[in-house]
Design a protein around this ligand. Sequence first.
Ligand SMILES: [Zn+2]
Length: 433
Amino acid sequence: MRTRIIIAVISLAIGLFAGAKIMEHLGREYIVNNFPIPSGTLDDKDAYIKKIEIGLEVPEKKLKKVKDKAKNIILFIGDGMSMSQITALRLSQGGPNSRVAVDEFPYSGKVLTHSANAIVTDSASSGTAFSTGIKTNNRALGVDVSGNPVENITEILDKSGFVSSVISTSEVTHATPAAFVAHASSRYLSDEISIQMSNSNIKNILGGGRKFFMTEEDGGVREDGINLIEKVKANSKLITHKDELEDIAQYGSEQVFGLFADEHLRDTNTPENHITEPSIKEMLEFSINRSKNFIKNGCNGFFVMAEASQIDWAGHGNDYEYLMREMLDLEEGIKWALEFAKKNDDTLVIVTADHETGGLLIEPSDPRKYENLDVKFSFNTGIGRGSHTGIPVPIFAMGPGSENFTGTLDNTDVHKALLEAAYQDSSGSCVSN
Ligand SMILES: [Zn+2]
């Protein structure tokens, strides 16, 4: 009797195991092939609209005290870049087992991107979070929700003898670079922003945007009638060709404005100009080599913010080839910075983004056939008017203070972690005239 019971139990167990395995297999097939698909094609998507309250204060992130401080900080912002854009680059460069520059970073985390008044941020508000450590409303630049100016990181580090640079592939007056220099109630006050830039202590301001320094009479877009380009020529050094980045010995301690295009760099409407326009790497190399000269002459360190502005525009435009071009431009810059940091261990390199743009999705070209290696990259925001999305973005860190760029960070925590990492003293500005 007892033996029969044991045999029955064993048989039942084997039966259940085999049955489960068969069901698992059939179940997967069933789900893939027979999942009820509502009317419409496989390309149609379901959407849900829910009201989300922002509520609550941002919880305080506990930062570790950093003993060995960073004397140099390179902050890369891939505007509109989240994990799917990085994954697309990795896949297109050499498949899933290849590695891109951010894969080399020893520390990484994720950044929540919402602004004071929106789940989906714009670049002005998120740039302000990074540069000042406060949440503000979309479109506000270096000011709080009441419009009061808040000291930004280049102003704070200036007091400790840092020389700063801002680099972008958009107009230099655009939201992200402007958030590190200017204070304005709106990112669209470009007349005011450009004046503040020319009066700032930032020693290298490199990107596009000549039109924003010229009056309408001269073919520019300034509404205040001020010919700022003449002022820049008189008070700073204006350069407009990438060849002028090569010989840094010709520059003293003056501010250098590199305005390499009328509007943004690599404008497809003006391909004839591309030959004069530098890459992110070329602008970075120039800024850091000049910074080293400032350090020789008494500065304590440098801060560089380099923005790959047009990753965002490729997302808005739902343009995969454009996206890959801009990701590669950033990739080259990051690689250069990594080599620099490996030789200079007081250098902190951060790569992050202000938000994702385009809702880039990576899936099999036929959703029923995962093993088909044709991969479909699709943008999931509106065609021709793609938008920013509300998902977190990654952050990668290498160098002193990197350990604080791990786990979940609010975008304002990035500012706090940068300041915790940065060398600070009371030596005062090393660049003011
Ligand atoms: Zn955008």
